[in-house]
Design a protein around this ligand. Structure first.
Ligand code: PMP
Length: 397
């Protein structure tokens, strides 16, 4: 018997929280754990532009034959336009190749395999803190992980000097993983000037940048959010990008993402990408069609695209509005600490500054669920729970 000896794995810090929330029978419980957008009614509805695309898809699709290893071609082409801009040099020169993937996680996993097998990278540099799965994914392929400082606890802002100091130790060929926007979990992004500095440093030192772009459109807008990535694209011959459409298209359970490889020229890109296809073939052979096809339909249709952009704008505005109300109400309920930094954070998350003990008390005493790092999902705050939430937080401060 071999299975007898197997140890139980620890619950995933974020997904495990969702399971605990589900099992909680207390009324009025609040889930600010997992990063899923919720509307003013606390629902996660299907994006209307997606629903319409799905209708069209159902009417027109006439086969369930396999996709190619790299998925839906139109989806891949549209992904590159969102990343680099429709008439960017990278798109025109065809030196980027994209494979539809199983969400952003799938893209990162493919990236990790590619880095391990096909590059000479000695280290992968990951921000501290980061989305916990980053570390787990690179551990899975046995690459050495190095941390770079990112967050300044006292100022609730970017630890720019620490970041630069740590990254200055990165060697030529090392992979530097960057959050394209809406850094998870801090919600703090470099400024455009800081991005430009990082891109210059990277090009000079010969790093291989890997952008994790899971929240395009959630900070300031689709184009604005690509500023960092495009600063790198402008002066790098080689880079990798992992896109996710889980949040900005609300396609969480359809698993839609993309892995993009940029090389110095088209011929090199095609050759390197052939290895990416080999990796995918042995992992899952080829992706499923539905989600990627729906995204392609939206992005190729002017009307549907405009509708999607409007819906995305609405999600972003609601989160910003909740940030402001959250800060105002904490003050109203008597919080002595200044929480105004929360207003300036980007995306779904806020690094609230709550300690692990305070987070535990919120769960145990008030049925409010957040990640123990103090990360809260601002998109989970609604008119119905915000007062209870702020009142409870003030009690644990
Ligand atoms: N990267 C980051 C930083 C994320 O927060 C997420 C989602 N939580 C992902 C990647 C992956 O998203 P998915 O696999 O659901 O598309």
């Amino acid at each position: 018997m071999m299975f007898e000896k197997i140890q139980a794995a620890p619950a995933d810090p974020i997904l495990g929280l969702g399971e605990a929330f589900k099992a909680d029978t207390r009324e009025g419980k609040v889930n600010l754990g997992i990063g899923v957008y919720k509307d003013a009614d606390g629902q996660t509805p299907i994006v209307k532009a997606v629903k319409e695309a799905e209708k069209r898809l159902l009417e027109t699709e006439n086969t369930k034959n396999y996709l190619g290893i790299d998925g839906v071609a139109a989806f891949n082409a549209e992904t590159q336009k969102l990343l680099f801009g429709a008439d960017s040099e990278i798109v025109r020169s065809k030196r980027a190749k994209t494979a539809q993937s199983l969400g952003g996680t799938g893209a990162l996993r493919v990236a990790a395999e590619f880095i391990k097998r096909q590059t000479e990278a000695k280290n992968v540099w990951i921000s501290a803190p980061t989305w916990p799965n980053h570390n787990a994914i690179f551990k899975a392929v046995d690459i050495n992980i190095r941390d770079y400082r990112y967050y300044n606890k006292t100022g609730h802002n970017l630890d720019w000097d620490g970041m630069i100091e740590d990254l200055s130790q990165a060697q030529a060929g090392d992979v530097v993983l960057l959050h394209g926007c809406c850094h998870n979990p801090t919600g703090i992004d470099p400024t455009p000037e800081q991005w430009a500095t990082l891109a210059e440093m990277s090009a000079e030192k010969g790093w291989l940048p890997l952008f994790d772009f899971a929240y395009q459109g959630f900070a300031n807008g689709l184009e604005q959010d690509a500023v960092g990535l495009r600063a790198f694209a402008a002066n790098h011959q080689e880079m990798l990008v992992a896109s996710s459409y889980s949040k900005n298209f609300g396609l969480y359970n359809e698993r839609v993402g993309a892995f993009t490889l940029v090389a110095a020229d088209e011929e090199t890109a095609v050759r390197a990408f052939s290895q990416v296809k080999t990796i995918i073939r042995t992992l899952y052979s080829n992706p499923s069609s539905h989600g990627g096809s729906a995204v392609a339909i939206v992005l190729q249709d002017e009307g549907l695209k405009a509708q999607w952009v409007a819906e995305l704008d609405e999600m972003r505005s609601r989160i910003k509005e909740m940030r402001q109300q959250f800060v105002d109400l904490l003050k109203e309920y008597g919080a002595e600490q200044d929480f105004s930094f929360i207003v300036n954070q980007n995306g779904m998350f806020s690094f609230s500054g709550l300690s692990a003990d305070q987070v535990d008390r919120l769960k145990d005493e008030f049925a409010i669920y957040a990640v123990r790092s103090g990360r809260i999902n601002v998109a989970g705050i609604t008119a119905a729970n915000i007062r209870y939430l702020c009142e409870s937080i003030v009690k644990v401060l």
